[in-house]
Design a protein around this ligand. Structure first.
Ligand SMILES: *Cc1c(COP(=O)(O)O)cnc(C)c1O
Length: 415
């Protein structure tokens, strides 16, 4: 029921989806001139190696040895069949999940944090600034910076900083420092958009500092493809030729990309994004150029967006509260290669609790969106009497999100 690979079977290259997209990506535009941004525009924020990866044309990008050495602390991650859930649902579908919750910070996010810390260190940068919502990304980057000897400065959405202390403590335990955002307005609850503005401003005004983003950008999605590459090999070991459907939750799109992008060339494989109905970027947003942050400091990206000033309601899946989506994911949805669906959080927690009571583990609220879609996909297969292989990304555990479960179990959850 569980397929593991030895450490030396970590993929040696990332999968670059850019040559496989149904249509070319629209270039990011400079916020002031609205002309395509060049490498020099991005150099104050990112190392050249990552800027190059944004537009890489080669189908594979080698994983540097020092990055692989760190990833092997927990990778390859297990592929597990959710047999007990299948039985309870009475479905003929076979459900497999990639367990990204086994990383030290407890999610898929260190897959890119480690690579980003490495390339910045290589370029002589001493310090990284970043934003974090509930703290998953901040803790992953703090972990990665510690391993490569970089300082890490995290702007945390103020509401989370005040209400969710444990990931803040993780950031500090790994040596990073963390301040509430927005820095200039102590009465503002903050949002990912304001925290990105603070972090970009920090990096743009200091020579020793670069900026780091945990999702959305092409290089971030590239680094996450180890998930899908490993899963392909493990499905083969499990005796499956290929999945019929691949499912992931979608905030900025990185864990979904990680599991699904290696399957883009496989025409028969359905790809499904799952988002909250209260922040319905792919299912309710418009496809347009928009800023990545609230203040309008970042380049304009071609993506599905709810508008950069959209403030999502405070649902528990903090990692899915973003007004935009990765240009690569947006491109796949806009061209019909990927489907998108949305669920209210009550339905999401219902599935999360069913998962915990069958499979045993407690999923992150973000991950639980994928679990909801998996349950419905398995029930649809039962209805149709169809054999079906479902693969999904178990992007993180929910052991620091128990307030959300408490609210659900005691009828205090909105929606
Ligand atoms: C951050 C996060 C997400 C959402 O971010 P993506 O970039 O869309 O993957 C999903 N699951 C977990 C566990 C997260 O920490």
């Amino acid at each position: 029921m569980r397929w593991t690979l030895p450490p030396d079977r970590l993929p040696d290259a990332w999968f670059n989806v850019l040559p496989h997209l149904p249509a070319p990506l629209d270039p990011p535009l400079h916020p002031a001139t609205r002309q395509p941004v060049g490498p020099d525009d991005l150099a104050p924020l990112f190392p050249m190696a990552l800027i190059a990866q944004e537009v890489a044309a080669e189908p594979w990008v080698d994983i540097p040895g020092p990055v692989a050495d760190v990833l092997r602390l927990w990778r390859p991650t297990p592929l597990v069949r959710a047999r007990r859930l299948e039985e309870v649902l009475g479905t003929p579908a076979r459900i497999y999940y990639k367990d990204e919750s086994v990383s030290p910070p407890g999610s898929h996010k260190p897959n890119t944090a480690v690579a980003q810390a490495f390339y910045n260190k290589e370029e002589g940068i001493a310090r990284l600034s970043t934003e974090t919502g509930a703290g998953q990304w901040g803790s992953a980057l703090s972990f990665a910076c510690q391993l490569f000897g970089l300082e890490c400065h995290v702007y945390m959405v103020r509401a989370s900083f005040e209400q969710k202390p444990y990931r803040r403590v993780m950031i500090e335990t790994w040596g990073g420092d963390v301040v509430p955002s927005p820095v200039d307005d102590p009465d503002h609850p903050g949002s990912l958009g304001t925290a990105i503005s603070d972090a970009v401003r920090d990096a743009a005004t200091r020579d020793d500092t670069h900026y780091s983003l945990g999702s959305v950008l092409n290089h971030v999605l590239l680094h996450q493809t180890v998930i899908g590459l490993e899963a392909k090999e493990q499905l083969m070991l499990a005796g499956e030729e290929r999945p019929d459907v691949v499912i992931g939750s979608c905030g900025g799109g990185s864990n979904l990309a990680g599991i699904s992008l290696p399957f883009v060339p496989d025409a028969g494989v359905r790809l499904v994004a799952v988002e909250p109905s209260s922040c319905p970027t792919l299912t309710g947003g418009r496809f347009d150029y928009d800023f990545g942050d609230t203040a309008g400091m970042t380049p304009l990206l071609s993506m599905y967006t709810l508008g950069h000033d959209f403030v999502p309601p405070p649902i528990h899946a903090g990692g899915l509260r973003y007004h935009g989506d990765a240009p690569i994911i947006s491109n796949l949805v806009n061209n019909g290669r990927m489907e998108a669906m949305a669920y209210p959080q009550g339905k999401v927690f219902e599935a999360a609790v069913q998962w915990a009571r069958t499979q045993g583990t407690i999923p992150a609220p973000e991950t639980s969106h994928a679990v909801r879609a998996v349950v419905d996909e398995a029930l649809a297969a039962k209805e149709e009497g169809a054999d079906r292989v479902i693969l999904f990304n178990y992007s993180g555990h929910g052991l620091l999100d128990l307030q959300a479960y408490d609210d659900y179990l005691h009828d205090r959850l909105d929606g």
